[in-house]
Design a protein around this ligand. Structure first.
Ligand code: UDP
Ligand code: MG
Length: 313
């Protein structure tokens, strides 16, 4: 690898993108026409439409390589597999659905040639639904406040990584990664290029609200242990409240007649404490579950087929 590789690898995770494979490969070829030697790497993440067939067809072009998973392992796992398969001196990761415009590729490469080890992108959010825009801004702000990375709002997994960065990422053994956070945490010099999100050309988004929440939790758990500390603050808060409550109980016992009215306040205290305990248990459970996953050391994905097997008859 390395010396024999092309200048640029372009890695595209694809889950049910059958109609996008040939058009995006053509668009990338056009964008790369003047930009140096390249390879395209499609990662078929357990698609159930004709994505793998479309990729095999496209891979008759020797510039196109691919990996196919045994089942759906998720976008982040597909990115990771693509980074490991890539041979370029720089690797670009992008979506296969045209939401990450291929016309931006020459600008990413220019940023790299000017010396940035990471060329990130920022979606300018004009065309994006208000709910997605607000939730994404809020999320990155929270992560910035409690986590160990600063991710600009509008960041996605559309970026260029120098070989030095790719090698470091490939050596990191975390099972759960959040690539856009991880590469920033490394600390290499980074520039950011703005773009306007393109229109998905074919198929539909694979990210339901539940999967977005899952990715958001992965990002927080991968970059912060502060939610665990939240339990301590909560405990202190309730200790203070109960102190006030005891004072109130003593005062009412001494100075108010017929004080049997303790029932409702007791129930309220039990309910609040119960909810707080469940919340804290949930937070701890989230981290314990991740510890279990990490200690099992299972692979984050399983490859079933690559271009190499298809080409050696
Ligand atoms: N993707 C994937 N595995 C998945 C879900 C998505 O490889 O389990 C790919 C998908 O094909 C696309 C990119 O990841 O290239 C972004 O996914 P999608 O467009 O569904 O998400 P959205 O843009 O709506 O956030
Ligand atoms: Mg998309």
């Amino acid at each position: 690898m390395g010396a024999a590789g092309p200048d640029i690898s372009i890695v595209l995770p694809a889950h049910n993108e059958a109609g996008n494979i040939a058009p995006i490969a053509a668009a990338i070829a056009q964008a790369m026409a003047l930009a140096g030697s390249y390879e395209i790497i499609f990662v078929d993440d357990g698609s159930s439409d004709g994505t793998l067939a479309a990729i095999r067809g496209a891979a008759r072009d020797p510039a196109i390589r691919y990996l196919s998973f045994t089942r759906n392992f998720g976008h982040q796992a597909a990115l990771r597999a693509g980074l490991r398969h890539a041979k370029g001196r720089a690797v670009i990761v992008m979506d296969a659905d045209f939401e990450h415009p291929p016309e931006l590729i020459p600008k990413l490469i220019a940023g790299w040639k000017e010396g940035a080890k990471i060329v990130a992108t920022r979606r300018d959010d004009d065309g994006v639904a208000a709910a997605k825009r607000v939730s994404s801004q809020l999320y990155y702000r929270v992560l910035d406040a409690i986590g160990d990375v600063r991710i600009e709002p509008g960041s996605a997994d559309y970026m260029l990584l120098d070989r030095a960065v790719v090698d470091v990422v490939n050596g990191i053994e975390d099972q759960d990664i959040f690539l856009r956070g991880l590469v920033r945490w490394l600390g290499f010099p980074l520039v950011t290029i703005p773009y306007t999100r393109g229109q998905r050309q074919s198929g539909e988004s694979s990210f339901s609200a539940a999967r977005m929440v899952e990715l958001a939790l992965t990002g927080i758990a991968a970059h912060s242990v502060r939610p665990l500390r939240f339990a301590i603050w909560l405990a202190l808060g309730f200790a203070l409240l109960s102190l006030l409550f005891i004072v109130y109980a003593i005062v009412s016992f001494l100075f108010v007649q017929h004080t049997v009215a303790g029932w409702s306040s007791l129930v309220a205290v039990i309910a609040i404490l119960g909810a707080a305990q469940l919340l804290v248990l949930g937070i701890i459970g989230e981290y314990v579950g991740r510890i279990l996953r990490e200690t099992r050391r299972r692979p984050s994905y399983i490859v079933q087929e690559t271009e190499a097997e298809r080409r050696t008859p």
